[in-house]
Design a protein around this ligand. Structure first.
Ligand code: ZN
Length: 344
């Protein structure tokens, strides 16, 4: 597969610096799984292999739609069934999936739910086929200054729009579940049973709520966050039987969800805080714009386009037309991770 280079733009440095940098990135992208994962990649099962194809095809289609010329190669998705160094997070724990645009690789850990497995792969592909730009500096040359929606200021360790980026990616990966897998024969039943269990739980909670209105609203939202439940069919059968009371059914199901969460946190949707933060900003833009042309979907699409095409300008224009001059910078901070803000 003929491939677009990871960095669509390289700034700074001399022509010679640029050449050295680009040949280094080429060498990185050519590294093998043996080298990177020390032989720990496992052969995907046929079902996993088919989900890898579907997740990558879906991600590439979406990325192209929003203006990215860089497609991800499915042969660069590697499955592991143990914690490997590559999956280590800054916090010290291990993630379920991770990608590196530089070495052009997605690594995903086998999870309990195949739906979540596919969602994680799409998520990492979306990091990979985003717009990337690099800046060559004399001290260290190998860091991004643009990676998708996120803009990094290495001087201060600031990352503008980094929350918006995770929110956009989480939303688009979830659509793989709702728009592709939920319609496919293999996952249709599990996902529609999961939805029915959620409806039952929410109806029960609304009917017998003994908590405050705010608490109830937040509890209902938590139920909405569930993606796929293992054994959803059995749960549903329990809920439909009349051998036990509704109270008991409710407790049984909640307990089972809690157990599944303990084993595999991918039972629920990704990046809730980031999605809520982005949702709040989009809402503000829509209300202020007060135009039938500016819907939530339109604003979301502009964030997605900026992520994949690299062009911030249409998004900036849309935001500033609605919220006023300077508001684009303000939301880049609000939806960012800004360390140097302490003096404000
Ligand atoms: Zn991510």
């Amino acid at each position: 597969m003929e491939k677009e280079p990871v960095f669509r733009k390289v700034v700074g440095g001399t022509t010679e610096d640029k050449r050295t940098f680009l040949s280094w990135t080429e060498r990185q992208a050519g590294r093998t799984a043996e080298d990177l994962l020390k032989g720990k990649a496992v052969e995907p099962t046929p079902e996993e292999a088919s989900l890898i194809v579907r997740a990558v095809d879906y991600a590439n289609g979406i990325a192209q739609l929003y203006g990215s010329p860089r497609l991800f190669d499915k042969a660069r998705v590697f499955v592991v069934d143990e914690d490997v160094d590559f999956l280590r997070e800054r916090s010290g724990g291990y993630g379920v999936a991770k990608s590196s645009s530089l070495v052009d690789m997605v690594v995903v850990r086998r999870t309990q739910s195949l739906v979540a497995f596919a969602q994680s792969i799409a998520h990492e592909c979306f990091h990979n086929n985003a717009y990337h730009a690099a800046q060559i500096r004399s001290d260290d040359t190998d860091k991004n200054y643009r990676s998708g929606l996120a803009l990094y200021d290495r001087e201060n360790d600031d990352a503008y729009f980094v929350k918006a980026q995770e929110a956009v990616i989480a939303e688009l990966s979830y659509r793989l579940v709702t728009e592709v897998l939920a319609k496919s024969p293999e996952y249709k039943q599990e996902l529609s049973d999961t939805e029915s269990v959620k409806v039952w739980l929410k109806t029960f909670m609304q009917k017998y709520a003994t908590v405050s209105v705010e608490q109830l609203a937040s509890d209902l939202k938590s139920v909405d966050e569930v993606v796929a439940l293992r054994g959803a069919h059995e749960m549903l059968k329990t809920l439909q039987s009349d051998t036990v009371s509704d109270d008991q059914k409710f407790e049984q199901v909640l307990e089972s969800i809690a157990d599944q969460l303990k084993e595999d946190r991918t039972v629920v949707r990704e990046r809730r805080n980031e999605r809520e933060a982005l949702g709040a900003v989009i809402e503000r833009v829509v209300v202020a714009a007060n135009s039938p042309r500016v819907t939530k979907e339109v604003v979301f699409d502009e964030f997605a386009k900026a992520h994949f095409s690299g062009n911030y300008l249409p998004l900036a224009r849309l935001v500033e037309e609605a919220l006023g001059k300077g508001s684009f910078r303000e939301i880049s901070i609000e939806l960012g991770d800004i360390k140097s803000k302490t003096t404000e």
